[in-house]
Design a protein. Structure first.
Lengths: 433, 346
């Protein structure tokens, strides 16, 4: 567990692991040496380096601590679902050292005070670094732009309206312009508000069979089209949070090819699950954006392989059991996803979609670049955020294996391959398992 | 790495049938085979005679408590379920939940637990949310049985089965039949169940007729229907015409410009009826909007079997209830308990 706060991180050597640093293109068996919260050396220990702790990483992979672009921690305001303490502990168990949380807390992150509260609570607990996204509009109402400069000073790396699309295009245009004034990237949940309103699942075969209201593909396509047009108009840096359709992904790829400063991520489960998971009114598969078709999933995978989508996040949304104990339309969307992030990414390597380095880039240096933070790398002098995992270890997703307070996952009972053994945050061991 | 999700059919079968294939719950027609649907129809035929007896009761559900759990208002369906339960000698509780517990903030699961504590044996559930009956059946403590009396836009299996009963009574069977379903299929739980039943029972073709706004996405592939946007073309040669109720709130949703235009394009008139087979029957789950879905002349005409549907509803609901209670009694016997209907039987 973590050392008492305030003491200096002790010198640690991680010996004999397969060190992978996608940012530097390193993939070799070597040692890693940490001191004072930073990486002191790769390979040979510096002269006079005396580790207080030696971690034997033989047979394990040593990579940068994971960076998750979207994880809801439910604090402040929804502590009955989860807390910063409970979810950062789960993050540590999942090898995630940096989390960006959406601003839809209660109250939302539209004032520096809320941003500071979240960061302070996270620092006190010491399990993971939490970077709150600032609210793009006040109260996330989509009407009045927020005090973004102040939010940036309070530590918000990006602006976001969470999963509430800004209906008024003029407001969005001004918000993007204002954010770009301060060099802030804006996270956008691409959805046409009118088309997505009232929808619960992908408008397709399963929705039609089950009589559930659908969210058409066009909702996301229109969202991306509108937002790209505004990005082009304003020159603002935009990042699409959680793409789900093949069509929108193709539009993003085209815009990037033209040189637009647009990027995107995808939730790891979107690369595996489809609308079929909803059969039987399975509320655990009630997600926003919805699980779509196998063709969409395959296009998202191809976009990851091609580098059009650069980040894979958890889109973690822990819930109390009651939130899913209702008829499907009354249940809350979202799944608890921190701890399945790394295994689902490793599964892409197993499927031959990516090599291990490129897969890990999607959860380390690539998302760190989106957040404009020098994280997710193992170079000398970098912050010593390290994840050490056993790529072959198998475990079953279940009540007793999840650390998160949220046990809501459609992956319950599924066997995962890849288990985190140690997580180090700024040179301190925050998880050992 | 992740195993494929079990199909809706497989999940529905697992939830509704016991290990020997007996009906435990009646929630959806998904996952039920032709033999079982035919069994329901045959049993219903047997119950038709009960109405003609001097004593209009059979003791199949004696000592059982049936709770009508209606979260959405209904007169016709609730009444026939109540009557069906009484003819089977069950005690009946009628609960209009829309005006009681949940209005005070009680969750559906809490309502269910409270009623279970009163030792209710069978729930008849109507709810505005698709999947509500599945949810209740998944959480009810065995051997409590659940019958779906309509959930959201998903299923209304007893209505569909009484329609099948009516079709069989007039056509003798299902083989080779062409059936047209006209109107708001998008929001219709009745249509979804009817289509499943018709395809399971082996009709030649099910046609879905309506404007694109009222036909659900990818209906042909998802439901197994042939879609027509032209009423005349769709009616050509059909043996059975099923009209669906058009709800007024659909006008506000922008699904249709006006009732007037809908009737003009999709309303059933004597003249349009002539496109169908000469002995085609006309059905409607009710209540009818005269002058919107059809002419009064058609509704009251000789092809209309609308009132028969209502009387058949009773027999079909008795059949389904007695089957679920029969499975429950098997469970009780296996658990070493005596079913109440047998207590005191010589």
């Amino acid at each position: 567990m973590a050392d008492p706060a305030g003491t200096r991180p002790r010198p640690i050597s991680i010996r004999g692991g397969r060190v992978i640093d996608p940012a530097a293109g390193i993939d070799a068996v070597m040692d890693l040496h940490l001191a004072d919260g930073a990486i002191t050396a790769l390979g040979e220990a510096p002269a006079g380096f005396v580790p207080v702790q030696v971690i034997d990483a033989a047979g394990l992979v040593v990579c940068p601590g994971l960076v998750d672009l979207s994880a809801r921690l439910r604090q402040p305001g929804q502590e009955h679902k989860a807390t910063i303490a409970s979810e950062t502990r789960a993050a540590a168990a999942a090898g995630i050292t940096t989390l960006c949380c959406p601003p839809d807390t209660l109250p939302p992150v539209d004032t520096p005070a809320v941003a500071q509260l979240i960061r302070q609570l996270a620092e006190e607990r010491g399990h993971a670094r939490v970077l709150p996204a600032g609210a793009l509009t006040r109260g996330l109402d989509g009407e009045q732009i927020s005090e973004m400069a102040a939010l940036k000073l309070a530590g918000c790396p990006v602006m976001s309206n969470a999963d509430r699309p800004v209906r008024n295009t003029r407001v969005l245009r001004r918000a993007l312009e204002y954010a770009s004034t301060y060099g802030l990237c804006t996270f956008l949940h691409p959805a046409d508000a009118y088309l997505s309103e009232g929808g619960l699942v992908h408008e397709g075969l399963v929705a039609t069979r089950l009589g559930l209201p659908g969210i058409p593909e066009a909702a996301e396509v229109l969202g991306v089209a509108r937002d790209l047009a505004l990005a082009e108009q304003t020159g603002a840096r935009v990042h699409f949070r959680g793409l789900s359709t093949a069509r929108a992904t193709a539009m993003l790829a085209e815009a990037r090819a033209r040189g637009l400063p647009a990027s995107a991520d995808v939730a790891a489960h979107q690369l595996w699950l489809t609308e079929d998971a909803v059969a039987g009114f399975n509320a655990e598969a009630h997600l926003i954006p919805p699980l779509r078709t196998a063709a969409d999933r395959d296009a998202l995978r191809a976009a990851i392989a091609a580098g059009d989508i650069t980040g894979i996040c958890s889109d973690h949304q822990p819930h109390e059991p009651d939130a899913k104990l209702n008829p499907f339309p009354q249940t809350a969307p979202g799944m608890s996803a921190l701890e399945t992030l790394l295994p689902l990414v490793l599964g892409l390597v197993h499927d031959g979609l990516l090599d291990l380095g490129d897969a890990l880039a999607c959860v380390t240096c690539n998302p760190a670049a989106v957040l404009d933070r020098p994280l997710g790398r193992l170079q000398q002098g970098a912050v010593a955020d390290v994840c050490i995992f056993d790529p072959e270890a198998r475990w079953l997703v279940g009540e007793d294996t999840l650390v998160s307070r949220g046990r809501n996952t459609p992956l319950r009972g599924v066997q995962m391959t890849g288990r985190v053994r140690w997580t180090l945050l700024a040179g301190r061991v925050v998880h050992e398992g | 790495m992740i195993p494929p999700s079990p199909s809706q059919q497989a999940q529905a079968a697992a939830l509704q049938l016991d290990t020997d294939g007996n009906l435990k719950h009646f929630l959806t027609l998904d996952g039920l085979d032709r033999a079982l649907l035919t069994d329901i129809l045959d049993r219903a035929e047997g119950f038709l005679g009960v109405a003609q007896q001097a004593v209009k009761k059979v003791p199949l559900c004696r000592g059982k408590i049936v709770a009508n759990l209606f979260f959405e208002t209904s007169t016709r369906t609730r009444t026939t379920f109540e009557l069906a339960a009484k003819r089977l000698s069950a005690d009946v509780l009628n609960l209009n939940i829309s005006t009681s517990a949940t209005a005070k903030g009680e969750t559906l699961l809490d309502t269910l637990r409270n009623l279970e504590a009163m030792h209710v044996d069978l729930f008849v559930v109507r709810h505005a949310d698709s999947g509500a009956a599945h949810f209740i059946a998944s959480h009810a403590a065995p051997p409590v049985a659940v019958i779906n009396a309509g959930d959201g836009c998903a299923s209304h299996p007893t209505q569909a089965m009484l329609d099948m009963f009516t079709i069989r009574a007039h056509k003798g069977g299902f083989e080779g039949l062409k059936v047209a379903i006209i109107g708001d299929l998008l929001h219709s739980r009745v249509a979804r169940s009817q289509i499943t039943a018709l395809n399971t029972l082996g009709v030649a073709e099910v046609r879905a007729i309506g404007p694109s706004t009222l036909i659900p996405a990818r209906a042909e592939e998802a439901l197994g229907v042939r879609v027509f946007h032209d009423l005349r073309a769709g009616l050509r040669g059909v043996d059975v015409i099923i009209l669906l109720r058009l709800q007024h709130e659909r006008m506000d949703g922008g699904f249709l410009p006006s009732e007037h235009e809908y009737f003009h394009l999709f309303g059933l008139t004597e003249k349009r009826l002539a496109q169908a087979a000469p002995d085609a029957i006309v059905m409607h789950p009710g209540p009818i909007n005269r002058g919107v879905e059809m002419d009064s002349g058609v509704a009251d005409g000789e092809r209309s079997v609308i009132l028969e549907q209502v009387s058949n509803g009773l027999a079909v609901r008795m059949a389904v209830m007695s089957m679920c209670i029969g499975t429950q009694n098997l469970w009780l016997r296996a658990a070493g308990q005596q079913p109440p209907a047998e207590v005191g039987d010589g």
